[in-house]
Design a protein around this ligand. Structure first.
Ligand SMILES: [Zn+2]
Length: 258
């Protein structure tokens, strides 16, 4: 895997800039959900008619069925609950203008655009994984070639590609986030022509403190599963953390200008 965050988001940000009518939130969520399936303990796998539809997020059939259902839930909770209510509490980070994320809830897309964009995000994820893995159904020629050993671990062409892709794509994503922030594109895409500075929200200290406690708790829950694999631990933290953010957001009023 190139890293779930921020490497996998690299292909969809330029797509959103090229076609602003696409649903950027859904595309970003789509790039995350294939890896999220790692957090699913077997007893919570979605089964349909005796077959798993949400258990292995990297199986194409599951990514484009159960993955879409999970993706719809995530997109809805991000756009209607978490971002409009909590993004105003983020540090704005200068030119990144992270607080503009609170405006994403203003956007409405037809349902089929949301589904299409989730699928686009997931397909880019699976394609990137395909060219950097040797444990998938299709292994591209040359990927499994052994290069050298580090501390007894076999380093293949694919391993080097994964590291290069993780670093290169993550750097590109950060640069895209910077450029989108600098140009205030989220404001424009959300129908706010003249971007205004986000108001400093009330109860800032209390809300941030609760979020930090929730993040610590999610991290601890993830740690209990790191022994399976580090990726399972990370994705468990992400899922627990997201549920916690939804609960916190339910108790916070949306920013007055969201
Ligand atoms: Zn993956």
């Amino acid at each position: 895997m190139p890293l779930t965050f921020l490497a996998h988001q690299a292909p969809v940000l330029p797509l959103k800039r090229w076609r602003p009518e696409l649903d950027g939130t859904a595309m970003v969520v789509g790039t995350i959900v294939p890896d999220m399936a790692r957090a699913v303990p077997p007893r919570f796998a979605l089964i349909w008619d005796g077959r798993p539809i949400w258990w292995d997020g990297h199986a194409w059939g599951q990514a484009l069925t159960g993955g879409l259902v999970v993706g719809l839930l995530l997109t809805w909770s991000a756009r209607r609950l978490v971002l409009p209510r909590l993004a105003g509490y983020l540090p704005d980070l200068g030119q990144f203008h992270l607080r503009d994320l609170r405006l994403l809830g203003r956007t409405r897309h037809p349902w089929w655009i949301v589904v299409l964009c989730l699928a686009i995000g997931s397909i880019t994820h699976l394609l990137i994984d395909l060219v950097t893995h040797t444990d998938r159904g299709v292994v591209l020629p040359g990927l499994a070639v052994h290069l050298f050993d580090i501390a007894g671990r076999d380093v293949k062409v694919a391993t080097v590609l994964q590291v290069l892709a993780s670093v290169g794509l993550s750097v590109f994503t950060v640069w895209e986030m910077y450029d989108i922030g600098r140009r205030r594109l989220i404001s424009r895409w959300s129908g706010v022509e003249v971007p205004v500075p986000a108001l400093t929200p009330s109860n800032r200290f209390a809300v941030r403190a609760v979020v930090v406690v929730a993040a610590g708790f999610s991290g601890l829950v993830g740690l209990t599963r790191v022994s399976i694999t580090p990726a399972v631990g990370l994705m468990t933290s992400v899922v627990v953390g997201w549920v916690a953010l939804c609960v916190i957001a339910a108790f916070v009023r949306p920013a007055s200008d969201a």
